[in-house]
Design a protein around this ligand. Structure first.
Ligand code: AMP
Length: 395
């Protein structure tokens, strides 16, 4: 795997694809600098070598050129985070960009205007990619969030740098962390899959069954399994048409010697509301008019034992409707168990959408070994797919 550290950037112009798709408030102030901070180690290394940096990113989903999606809004915040002056080119290709790139001296940083002002970016247009490529000598991809898209700046551009291309530190860390779970993992390996539906996680479940010793299934998915096994799930979320699929997974798991753990009790509510009446019930005996919205105490005790004995832990998807305080306890408790196991030496990776939001919301991020920065990209990797942005660097 070619990384930044295989290159010396002295007197080179590095063309770096970053994910600066940051949230802005109504006055165009950046409200979360995580993504800019995430790219800092890559930028620092290139500058420290005596190279210069040309940053490429998208922001939002503009339809053509839209002022509100201009990356000029993030220049001062980027300067603050990076601690260096950041020049801005009001176009990402053409004479403006070419001149700005040509004028760039070692130690300097240039930010190009929003790539998605051109429809050619998402179309993966070769000519557009070539124009971008002409601005630098080495291509660095550090945008994990868009690595599952075959866009011009994330994938197609790489062909113009047959040898001079590599992963930035952030993207390398994502790949490394996933490999620690799915390839070079220390056993026992436990995957915790939560979230709302079996249908959206089925490919992930199938792909990782070969790689784990234990699988905890929680969240809304629970009820499709419980009903398929003959339980009464009341008004809980349930995909009747996926019940056979659930039984097939259980069968396959048995064949592969994977232990599946499903909640035995749940916090049931008489409405999908934070103020609903609640009671703890057996997961197989949820009365009509009630729905399971969080894992119950016995389930959490069972999960604790599995987690504490694991050396590698993957967590994707909340155990309950954590957005409502009344049903957040399962997800918080689970997060704390994973934090404890991590403190005891286990490797933990949290990735793929809502569990990342939960971990951040409950302040658990620093206690995990790695929290992924790409929702869709991480899910696709867990499904066993090769992401085009990664393949383009490896080829
Ligand atoms: P996903 O995007 O598939 O990871 O699903 C995440 C969503 O699943 C979150 O918004 C949770 O509120 C929701 N969820 C988790 N547990 C349940 C449940 N028991 N019933 C309904 N929704 C749930």
């Amino acid at each position: 795997m070619k990384t930044l550290f295989d290159f010396n950037f002295k007197n080179k112009k590095a063309l770096v694809r970053v994910d600066f798709n940051v949230p802005l408030d109504e006055n165009f102030n950046v409200t979360d600098v995580n993504r800019i901070e995430g790219a800092k180690p890559t930028i620092d290394k290139i500058l420290a070598d005596g190279g210069s940096v040309i940053l490429m990113s998208h922001l939002g989903r503009p339809k053509g050129v839209e002022e509100k999606y201009s990356l000029k809004h993030i220049v001062s915040k980027t300067e603050e985070v990076l601690g260096v002056q950041v020049k801005f080119a009001s176009d990402c290709i053409g004479s403006v960009a070419e001149q700005a790139a040509a004028d760039l001296k070692p130690g300097e940083v240039l930010l190009l205007e929003n790539l998605r002002f051109y429809k050619e970016e998402e179309a993966g247009d070769v000519d557009f990619s070539k124009k971008l490529a002409s601005l630098g000598n080495i291509y660095v991809n550090d945008a994990f969030g868009t690595a599952h898209r075959a866009h011009a700046s994330t994938t197609i551009i790489a062909q113009f740098f047959p040898k001079d291309k590599c992963f930035g530190t952030l993207l390398a860390k994502e790949i490394e962390s996933l490999n620690k779970v799915l390839k070079d993992s220390e056993k026992p390996v436990t995957a915790i899959l939560g979230g709302s539906k079996v249908s959206s996680k089925i490919t992930v479940i199938e792909n990782i069954l070969d790689k784990v010793d234990h699988m905890i299934i929680g969240g809304g998915m629970t009820f499709t399994f419980v009903k398929a096994l003959g339980g009464k799930v009341g008004d809980s979320i349930c995909e009747d048409d996926k019940m056979q699929m659930a039984l097939d997974i259980l069968h396959l798991a048995k064949e592969k010697n994977v232990h599946i753990h499903i909640p035995v009790d749940v916090v049931a509510a008489d409405a999908f509301s934070n103020d609903a009446n609640t009671k703890i019930v057996d997961v197989r005996e949820i009365p009509d008019g009630w729905q399971g919205l969080d894992a119950g105490p016995k389930s959490l005790e069972n999960f604790k034992e599995v987690i504490m004995n694991s050396k590698t832990i993957l967590w994707n998807g909340p155990l309950g409707v954590f957005e409502m305080e009344s049903f957040a306890k399962g997800t918080i408790t689970l997060g704390n168990y994973i934090a404890e196991a991590t403190a005891n030496g286990a490797f933990s990776l949290v990735g793929g959408g809502d569990s990342v939001a939960a971990v951040k919301q409950f302040g658990l991020e620093p206690k995990m070994s790695y929290v992924s920065t790409g929702g869709g990209a991480m899910l696709e990797m867990l499904e066993g797919r090769t992401l085009p942005g990664i393949a383009a660097i490896l080829s």
